[in-house]
Design a protein around this ligand. Structure first.
Ligand code: B12
Ligand code: SF4
Ligand code: SF4
Length: 356
């Protein structure tokens, strides 16, 4: 089994994963943290987080017979993509850097299936299931236990040589493989740059994010109106948010991803808000084919961009394109557009006042 474990790690790296670790199924240390998070209502509308009882923290209840979890890391930041520079250009759209190219779920699951096939070639039929962000699985807790990194104060799984701009995935298996040492050392020390940088104060305690305040949740998961208290704070972030990672000192150790699939499509790394707002629905559907962005749907896409346009400097053209969306059939979208028009009108008024 020790030899097999070593080979699994080599195959994993050959398949393009940057780290591969193995752990057992004991997540008892994490159960109480998850329960408290749910009891506080921090999951908001994400009912899937509360729905599965103890299956999330007890892998053998999700997949009976599971003895070990093979945890993998895949870096995603494409080379030469700007990050904080785009955040400071309010006419441009900031799309979270994980979502610029192809959806990672399929790509990673395919690779995990290839890894399982290689194991099968060695040991014959064995029990396994591959997961990537898709099922009640505690991916960060498993990765920490498998030695991949520590929980940063921003709740991200971090590695001192790679930062945190990576995805996690798992193979649950019934093979009694030897386990790796958990990642015990926490490297955050007295730093709290992520908490200071978070635009909406969503990091409510060390390693605890109140999703209801998190821009990632507001722009991707929330189906209703985005509460007004967060709209100005969202700035130009139209899909997800990376601030608590971008301002983390370990992010400078990020290794650029060599995956062509993660390269930005349609200039999404630096697009103008106005251009994106003018996409029609069929254009949205074709341009986001195979991208994680498609999942939020056209109305949410427009609502997010409308808020960012409200936050952009005043311009006649911005007011014009916003007004053009007022007859749109969705009241949810119209409400966001009305808010943005008010914001634009305030800025127009302020300009006039200074000109007088
Ligand atoms: C729900 C969810 C969200 C929610 C809630 C976020 C959250 N912090 O829980 C929202 C929509 C806000 C979100 C946002 C993002 N997400 Co998300 N998300 C998930 C999901 C589906 C579940 C996470 C979860 O279990 N939350 C429940 C809480 C309780 O768990 P936790 O935050 O990890 O907290 C643990 C620690 O607090 C720990 N803890 C705290 N103190 C202590 C002390 C001790 C002693 C111990 C033992 C433990 C401990 O206990 C908790 C339980 O383990 C996972 C995929 C998965 N199935 O795991 C992806 C996942 C966590 N997300 C991911 C990503 C990339 C993001 C974003 C960066 C996306 C973006 N750019 O917009 C942001 C980052 C926000 C952030 N700072 O967390 C990646 C993270 C990769 C990494 N390097 O960590 C994951 C793993 C998906 C993947 N397959 O790669 N996400
Ligand atoms: S993703 Fe953005 S909003 Fe969410 S915790 Fe991090 S910095 Fe805050
Ligand atoms: S910004 Fe500082 S406190 Fe936050 S995760 Fe990075 S090192 Fe830890």
């Amino acid at each position: 089994m020790a030899e097999l474990a070593a080979r699994i790690k080599t195959w994993g790296r050959e398949l393009g994963f940057q780290q591969v670790g193995i752990t057992d199924v004991d997540l008892s240390a994490h159960e109480a943290y998850l329960e408290r998070w749910l009891a506080n209502g921090y999951h908001g509308e994400m009912n899937f987080m509360a729905k599965h009882g103890t299956k999330r923290t007890r892998p053998e209840e999700l997949v009976p017979g599971t003895l070990r979890v093979i945890s993998v890391r895949l870096d995603y930041l494409p080379p030469e993509v700007e990050t904080t520079q785009v955040l400071s250009q309010p006419t441009r759209a900031y799309v979270s850097r994980y979502a610029l190219g192809r959806d990672y779920h399929k790509l990673m699951r395919k690779r995990l299936a290839s890894l399982a096939k290689q194991i099968e070639g060695e040991v014959g039929k064995f029990g396994y299931r591959a997961f990537v962000d898709s099922a009640p699985v505690m991916e960060r807790a498993l990765a920490q236990k498998a030695g991949i990194g520590w929980f940063g104060k921003n709740a991200m799984l971090m590695n001192q040589k790679a930062g945190s701009l990576f995805f996690l995935g798992e193979l649950y298996t019934d093979l009694p493989l030897p386990v790796d040492k958990p990642f015990e050392k926490e490297h955050c020390g007295s730093c709290n740059a992520c908490q200071v940088a978070c635009p909406t104060d969503a990091i409510v305690a060390d390693r605890v994010v109140d999703a209801r305040r998190c821009i990632s949740y507001l722009t991707i998961e929330l189906s209703g109106a985005i509460p007004e208290e967060f709209r100005r704070k969202m700035g130009n972030r139209i899909y997800g948010c990376d601030d608590c990672q971008l301002f983390c000192p370990f992010t400078r150790f990020t290794k650029a991803s060599q995956e062509p699939d993660f390269s930005p499509r349609h200039d999404l790394d630096r697009a103008e808000l106005l251009d994106l707002f003018c996409w029609g629905e069929s254009e949205f559907l074709s341009k986001t084919e195979g991208s994680p962005i498609r999942r939020i749907g056209y109305e949410k896409w427009l609502s997010n961009i409308a808020i960012a346009l409200g936050n952009a400097p005043w311009s006649e053209r911005v007011e014009h394109v916003l007004r053009a969306r007022l007859p749109y059939p969705s009241e949810a979208l119209r409400e966001h557009v009305r808010w943005s028009l008010k914001e634009q009108a305030l800025k127009r008024g302020a300009r006039l006042a200074t000109a007088l």
